[in-house]
Design a protein around this ligand. Structure first.
Ligand SMILES: C[S@@+](CC[C@H](N)C(=O)[O-])C[C@H]1O[C@@H](n2cnc3c(N)ncnc32)[C@H](O)[C@@H]1O
Length: 237
């Protein structure tokens, strides 16, 4: 079993979470209640965020045993083990067992690889046929706020419109272009992405795509809705 590794993507996730937690500090309630995280990976990106924000506590879950081991070592190395904890297992089992959301805000760079089935390079990264199954499940988990990755080739329109149906607005987002890495470049996945985009379920370039880390909120204190801007930012021809 291997651990997820994509340096640029993780750095963008960590940096964006830090910016959004800072900009929307009071509305997100993280000083009082901490944040939950779906999918720790090797933990480096968020461990650096925790190190930089002394009031932040993160409760994270990962389904991949190699990731959990690596994450715990990286967190200990950065000296933040008292405020960044990692539990092995399915995030949604833990959330359900607790009877609902564990905090006001959840953060995630969730699995979003679209493929016809789970038989891909790293099965834990499978996001369903259109890639957005876990984002949709997360939006339905009942959190007041969700800071999560939205990939341009994983049917972002359905993700954003479903979020709106659930009462969320897009408060803000940070988008970045990424080259196809080993997971998106696997021939079976790459071909599937091409087909999805041709059928109008997303956008991808010849060798790359876009990911935005977006803040979905139901908090009425946060004004505005940048849902349409987010979808425009994710468009590639
Ligand atoms: C795209 S990686 C992101 C890792 C890390 N957050 C980062 O950005 O570097 C997604 C992670 O989610 C984990 N994962 C997948 N399904 C999960 C689930 N149901 N519950 C918890 N973790 C899950 C995978 O094992 C993987 O480590």
């Amino acid at each position: 079993m291997t651990c997820f590794s994509s340096v640029d993507e993780s750095a963008h996730y960590g940096m964006s979470v830090a910016v959004l937690l800072g900009q929307y500090r009071d509305a997100l309630g993280w000083v009082e209640g901490g944040v939950d995280e779906l999918g720790t990976g090797d933990a480096t990106a968020i461990a650096d965020v925790v190190a930089g924000l002394p009031e932040l506590r993160v409760r994270s879950f990962d389904i991949n045993a190699a990731s959990v081991d690596r994450a715990r070592a990286n967190i200990a190395e950065r000296g933040v083990a008292d405020r960044y904890t990692v539990e092995a297992g399915d995030f949604f089992d833990h959330a359900d067992a607790a009877g609902g959301p564990l905090a006001a805000t959840v953060i995630a760079n969730p699995p979003y690889i679209p493929a016809p089935d789970r038989d891909i390079l790293m099965p834990e990264l499978w996001g369903g046929v259109r890639g957005n199954d876990l984002v949709l499940q997360l939006l339905k988990a009942g959190y007041a706020n969700a800071i999560c990755a939205v990939a341009s080739y994983s049917d972002p329109e359905t993700t954003v419109r479903t979020a709106q149906d659930l009462g969320y607005r897009v408060a803000n987002f940070l988008a970045m272009g990424l080259d196809f890495g080993p997971y998106s470049n696997e021939p079976k996945v790459r071909e599937h992405i091409r087909r999805l985009c041709a059928e109008g379920h997303g956008w991808a370039g010849e060798d790359g795509y876009l990911v935005a880390i977006a803040l979905f909120t139901r908090n009425p204190e946060v004004p505005g809705d940048r849902a349409d801007e987010l979808l425009k930012a994710l468009q590639l021809s």
